[in-house]
Structures are given as C-alpha cells and as structure tokens.
Design a binder for this molecule. Structure first.
Ligand SMILES: Cc1cc2nc3c(=O)[nH]c(=O)nc-3n(C[C@H](O)[C@H](O)[C@H](O)COP(=O)(O)OP(=O)(O)OC[C@H]3O[C@@H](n4cnc5c(N)ncnc54)[C@H](O)[C@@H]3O)c2cc1C
Length: 284
C-alpha cells in the first residue's frame, strides 16, 4: 500500500463462505486451530507452547468478550460456510438454484470481532468461561502442557470475581470487570433454570457455571486464510487505486485479495503465474 497498491476482497474475510477466521477447536492455548493440535514432542512445540483443551461439547462453557459479555450461541457451528448440500436441490447451470438458497446467517466471527463500543476496531480476546464440573464432564486436565498459563492464555481462580481480576495479558487492553463477569454468569445460570437462552438462543442451556475453581481459557477466533489482500490482475500483477498495474510488482497466495480460491492451490497456482510473468517481463 505504501507504493500505491489497492486493497481487494476485504469482504471475503468475514463473509458467510468458507473457513477464513474460525471459532477455535480447542481453548487455553494461543493456537486453537480446529483440525490440528500440537503435542509435546512436536519439533515446533516450543512455539505452540501448549496443546489446548479440545472442546467436545460447547454446552460446557460460555464465551465472553474482553469485557465479560456473551455475544453468541456458543454451540453454533464452527464457522459460516457454503458447504456441500447447502443449496439443495442444486442443478448445474440453472438459475432456479436461487430458490434453494436458504437465508441462515450464522456469523460467529462478526459477533466475536464486533468490538466493545470504545472507539477501537476489534473486540479483543474471547475467553471460554467454565467451572470444575465442566472440566470433569470434558475429562480435561487443565494444567501445562495442555494449557498455557505461563503466557497469559489460561487462568483459574476460586471465584468468578477473582478470575476476572486475574485476566492480565498483552492483548487484554481493557480489564474485565469482576461485576460484569459475575452478572454474565448469573444471567446464564438463570437461562439454565428457565431452559431457554433469552439472549442468544442457545438450544436448551444445560449446565450452570457454579462449582469452583473457575477457569478462563483463550478462545479467540483463529485465522485460517487471508482472502483479502492487495488487488491483482490475472497475471498476478499488483494494481493501484486506478486499476493500473504497478510495474515489476507481483503478489500471490495469502498476500493477494479476491479470486475466490484459498489455500495451497491458490498459493502454488498464483505463484507459478506470477513467476512466469515476472520472468517474461524481465526478458522483454
Ligand atoms: C493451520 C492451517 C491449516 C491449513 N490447512 C490447509 C489445507 O489443508 N489445505 C490448503 O490448501 N490450505 C491450507 N491452509 C492454507 C495454506 O497453508 C496457505 O494458504 C498457504 O500456505 C499460503 O502460502 P503463501 O506462500 O501465500 O504464504 P505463507 O505460507 O504464509 O508464506 C509467506 C512467507 O513469507 C515470509 N515472510 C513474511 N514476511 C516477510 C518479510 N518481510 N521478508 C521475507 N519473508 C517474509 C514468511 O515467513 C512465510 O514463509 C492452512 C493454513 C493454516 C494456517
């Protein structure tokens, strides 16, 4: 951008299609990617620092933002997507497919990242809050190397107020108020009694958060792909705000925006295209 490149595909980052930023699959460690966990003995375990607690049943916890407020039905799906069979029936090439598109927004990500109304972008850390009974139900061992307390990604305390006060780490730019966390948990426990989540429609909340010790485990959404980036053309040349190419500058893979493709296929294909065009440009 410093040399005039335009950004592109920004809406792709939080749209309702595919895993771009996801709800984590495990909590209590910084890298909670849904399909992968680092175990002690891994050559990169010193970077991962903890394995994380894999969540089998999201009924066992609530998710709160930096200031201790819930924001979503925690049991909802991992992330928004346009999965196989989402448009059903589907007929190749038929405009009548639009009749099969169901409006079913489930954007966990926008809710998680929506901020706390303090003039800053972004919501800060998301914390999974649970109690000793949840640990027993999930058969978790909430100690290192399963959790990363040493670097501020896991906390425990004998009361909810102490737990909120304990949450201190580099991304928690606003302190969580003990009263706010207590109020959130009390309200949620009321939903368990009532059998109905009046705030976020979690299907039949099952378990109160009531038995010490209480835990706060890092559950911040995980970046899976960057689908937004600088604007490129089909030769992978970087383009400026006026749609003109910037001579000699190419972009591909995670740095490029748009093109509706993700992952290794995008990186390798665009890398090849960019390389061939850069070489041809050099020869010319
Ligand atoms: C956990 C995870 C699982 C995934 N699983 C899949 C999958 O199953 N299938 C799939 O297709 N895709 C998957 N992806 C996506 C895929 O891995 C990425 O899209 C792909 O690796 C991106 O390649 P890239 O070359 O564009 O970027 P990167 O692999 O990020 O490469 C960028 C490189 O630039 C280097 N760099 C950064 N800054 C500088 C600098 N200033 N100077 C020099 N070098 C610098 C970085 O160190 C890095 O090596 C996954 C991604 C993640 C994170």
């Amino acid at each position: 951008m410093a040399v005039g490149a335009s950004l592109w595909g920004l809406a792709n980052q939080s749209g309702e299609f595919g895993p771009v930023i996801t709800k984590p699959g495990s909590v209590g460690s910084q890298y909670g990617y849904v399909n992968l966990r680092w175990m002690p003995g891994s050559p990169v375990f010193d970077k991962a620092k903890a394995t994380g607690l894999h969540v089998s049943d999201w009924q066992n916890l609530i998710l709160v933002n930096m200031v201790g407020r819930r924001f979503y039905d925690e049991t909802a799906r991992q992330y928004s997507s346009n999965d196989y069979k989402d448009v059903d029936p589907y007929t190749q090439g038929s405009w009548r497919n639009v009749y099969s598109v169901k409006f079913n927004p489930r954007n966990f990500i926008n809710a998680a990242l929506s901020g706390i109304d303090d003039g800053h972008n972004g919501g800060g850390p998301i914390w999974a809050i649970f109690d000793a009974d949840a640990v027993a139900r999930e058969k978790w061992d909430p100690r290192a190397p399963n959790v990363d307390g040493a670097n501020g990604f896991f906390f425990q305390a004998d009361s909810l107020a102490e737990l909120a006060r304990a949450i201190k780490m580099k991304y928690q730019r606003v302190a969580m108020s003990p009263e706010a966390l207590e109020a959130t948990v009390a309200r949620f426990n009321g939903f368990v009694d009532a059998g109905k989540d009046a705030d976020f429609d979690r299907p039949k909340p099952l378990y109160k958060i009531a038995k010490a010790p209480f835990y706060a485990a890092w559950a911040t959404p995980v970046l899976h792909d960057t689908r937004s980036g600088v604007r490129i053309n089909a030769k992978c040349q970087v383009m400026d705000m006026h749609g003109e190419t910037i001579p000699g500058l190419y972009s591909c893979g995670e740095t490029a925006g748009g093109f509706s493709e993700h992952g290794l296929a995008r990186a390798t294909t665009q890398g090849r295209i960019a390389g061939m065009n850069a070489a041809a440009e050099q020869r010319a």
